[in-house]
Design a protein around this ligand. Structure first.
Ligand SMILES: *Cc1c(COP(=O)(O)O)cnc(C)c1O
Length: 343
């Protein structure tokens, strides 16, 4: 049972067929019909003028940052965001910009704090040119950042002539859990990145959406990063299946995560099912004799994989390749482990 991440999902049979039959061309010349179709579809779904297919979520975030900023600028982002934690310092390396992290609540930054973090015009200060919001918020356990928070931050950004980027790697999970469309979230974003390769099961790829002008700059940034791909239609074909067939089923992942959380709490684990809004469960190890790393090691020996979020917490993610019966089998393992490890 691989509960490490929704990135482990394998392409579906329908994707493999679409890949085999994909019409392709050279995408750097703009001539791959399948990539073009995927980009048009994505732009349409998000209510934006244009879209760009990129190799990964990290590349999508970084081409966006590169397109929005100049060297020496500052980017306001959440202190536990993926861009700050998990992208190997890319914004500094590639765009020469600094992060200005703000600690959020369940992944949502306080708009007043964002306002205060914007640098006034002064020869000493970097220029604040971008604010980034992450939804769903990974390190807070897949929490949904509410649309009201998007609106408030976007309004502040526009008052100051600043752009807003959304790291929406799992924006479809947010949309389903909150019953707010991805189009509505995208209204309050100058750019938005989402992943095809996570819960949506495509083997590779993410998309950035935004205005025509922005996407033109992002396309150039993608070329700089070596992300101009040729017959990428074989990948885009799976992306089209992801967007047209795999979105609605995310609901099942959310139900499975909720079920898993409720059962883990019944066993005695420190889990808060009320905090499970999408496809992630955070389990704390404070009431066990072992820390997160030792727990993971024993889980692995018994066939259940997860990842550590700290020395005292692990993350479990539900997805298309774990069924309800897999979850039940994982729960059997958890039940035995609790008896062995409880304090
Ligand atoms: C996974 C993820 C990314 C990056 O995606 P990769 O395809 O792994 O580079 C960015 N942001 C968030 C919130 C993510 O969960």
């Amino acid at each position: 049972m691989d509960l490490r991440s929704d990135t482990v999902t394998k392409p579906t049979a329908e994707m493999r067929k679409a890949i085999a039959e994909a019409e392709v061309g050279d995408d750097v010349y703009g001539e791959d019909p399948t990539v073009n179709r995927l980009e048009e579809l994505a732009a349409e779904m998000f209510g934006k003028e244009a879209a760009l297919f990129v190799a990964s979520g990290t590349m999508g975030n970084q081409v966006s940052i590169m397109a929005h900023t100049q060297r020496g600028d500052e980017v306001i982002l959440e202190a536990d965001s993926h861009i700050f934690w998990y992208e190997a310092g890319a914004m500094a390396v590639l765009s020469g910009v600094m992060p200005h992290p703000i600690k959020g609540r369940n992944g949502a930054m306080d708009p007043d704090e964002v306002r205060r973090a914007i640098r006034p015009k002064d020869i000493h200060f970097p220029r604040t040119s971008l604010i980034s919001i992450e939804n769903t918020h990974n390190r807070s356990g897949g929490r949904v950042v509410p649309i009201e928070n998007f609106k408030a931050i976007y309004e502040i950004a526009k008052e100051h002539g600043i752009n807003v980027h959304v790291d929406g790697a799992r924006i479809f999970n947010a949309a389903i859990a909150s019953n707010v469309s991805v189009k509505e979230y995208a209204k309050y974003a100058d750019s938005l990145m989402f992943c095809l390769s996570k819960g949506l099961c495509a083997p590779v790829g993410s998309i950035v959406v935004g205005s025509k002008q922005f996407i033109e700059r992002a396309r150039k940034a993608r070329k700089i990063l070596g992300g101009g791909m040729r017959q990428a239609g074989v990948l885009a074909a799976a992306g089209i299946v992801a967007l047209t067939k795999m979105v609605d089923r995310l609901k099942q992942d959310h139900e499975n995560a909720k079920f898993l959380a409720l059962k883990l709490r019944e066993i005695g684990y420190m889990v808060n099912p009320e905090e499970v809004e999408t496809n992630m469960v955070i389990l704390r190890t404070d009431n066990l004799r072992v820390d997160a790393h030792q727990l993971l090691k024993t889980m692995k020996e018994r066939g259940v994989l997860a990842v550590a979020f700290s020395d005292s917490s692990i993350r479990l993610v539900t997805h298309n390749d774990v069924s309800r019966s897999d979850i039940l089998r994982a729960l059997d393992v958890f039940e035995k482990l609790f008896k062995e490890f409880r304090l």
